[in-house]
Ligand binder design. Sequence first.
Ligand SMILES: Cc1ncc(COP(=O)(O)O)c(C=O)c1O
Length: 571
Amino acid sequence: MEIQLFVPSYRIDECLQEIRQCLEKGWTGLGYKTVEFEKAWTGYTGLPYAHFVNSATAGLHIAVDVLKKRFKWQDGDEIITTPITFVSTNHVILYENLKPVFADVDQYVCLDPEDVKRKITRKTRAVIFVGLGGNTGQYEKIVDICRQNKLALILDAAHMAGTRLHGRQVGAEADVAVFSFHAVKNLPTADGGMVCFAEGADDALARKLTWLGINKDTYSRTMGKGAYKWKYDVEEVGFKYHGNSVMAAIGLVQLKYLDHDNTYRRQLSDWYTQSLKDIEGVEIVPVYEGCESARHLYQILINNRDELLLALNEEGIYPGVHYLDNTEYSMYKYARGTCPRAAEISSKIISLPLHLRMGKKEVDLICRAIKKLMGTRWRLFLPAVKNLAERVAALAQCKDKSFRIEGKRVVLRALQSDDLQMTMGWRNQDSIRKAFIDSSVITREKHQNWWKQYQQRPNDFVFIIEGRKDSRPIGQLSLYDLNLEKRTAEFGRFMIGEADAGSKGYAQEAIDVLLSWAFNQFDLEYVYLRVRSDNAAAIRIYNKCGFTAVKTSDSITDMRLTKQQMKYFTQ
Ligand SMILES: Cc1ncc(COP(=O)(O)O)c(C=O)c1O
């Protein structure tokens, strides 16, 4: 079974019936059904004006164009916007020679009101708020900020068809709200959008601008009377942005089912939440209190997002990512680094499949796949360090006194000179010494020499395992020859030195934590180790951690753990 992110559902017979009327009448263009659809939309939302356009992108452009004209904004003036959106939102600002200034997002992955306030300058003219996935986020606060600072407000409601806030449809508070009826939106046509101005004059200008600046549309002319009905003036350099009757026909049918469909989307979302809320490492993007979200998206944040995507793909499940931080795109790179939370969220966010052909069975299947992955050895979710230079820099800090890798019950910290007495004591215990390949007793002098050399070997790392609660050192383990070019390392020198800490699963967790960190942090291909073949206890633990033997002799077993094994090895 395959589960896609979005699959639109059309009431096919009803749509065909409605389209048939257009064909029979001989009217598929602007007018007729577009007029009916606009009326139906104002009836449904309670908004005073609605103009049907051929996409929300077109609607957003017209929104900015009209407001720029009305308020006499100058080229170079600024509009505050979000980096977590489809690029349409930001492109339309550039179409009008204005400057997108990015503000950071909040826990709802919508504009953070506090950062919006910080980003206001003398040149700020407007804010574009995106209700991501149908969520209102802290839209109310943005409305207040705009009023207090005399800024125009554009609501990009592409995901919000049917969203209510405190029981009311959204959009009336903004200067203009723009909805999308694109093929996979909550109200799918094939393409289309609705631009809803608060002011009649803006709506009138918009209608002109979406029909190339012509002051009379063909439909009114055809329906009008008199010898001069063919004549019109062109009063603006407008665009060909208006919607058509075939799309409006589909929209009219789909609108009847919008609330019903959104209710079902909320049901699917509730099922997701029930299953995912207790999984460690999964953070559910919350819906703002008082918001009845249209639930265009169901989004979670997880540190190993890309691994999850691949793992789900392998099971025939195809989630999506909404969106890459727009400042990552070349067009908006001037703003890179200005929205740290957005940058972080962008690397963690994933939209799970959500559409009307899914049922509880599909949600359960997806949640089971997520649980399975989260139960694997990739449990320590540190952000992957991307390029070699960053990896080298990260590596240089691994011997610092303050360096720590946190597990659930254990913490790993870098070995320091004042640990040497303790580690020598551990190493020389009979039971431990015999388990080492070199089982000789270590003298103080030998240990000191080793330490001196160790400090000069930048790619060898020894860590002390501490209990997380009491910070008591209980053992050690290491990664040697961490090779950033080949992306390999040797694991070893592992021991639980404190006898009362043995057989409690600390060893396995410590190895797990170290390997998760190393694989994630340095994008390792594999880790190898050598163990005495008679050390059955260690081999068992290594097996549990995902290592497999690649070569075995009577005395030595060579084991290896690859990236793939690491990923799919479950407890
Ligand atoms: C937030 C947002 N704004 C605008 C748009 C543009 O919508 P359309 O495809 O109808 O032009 C989209 C479409 O995905 C969107 O997600």
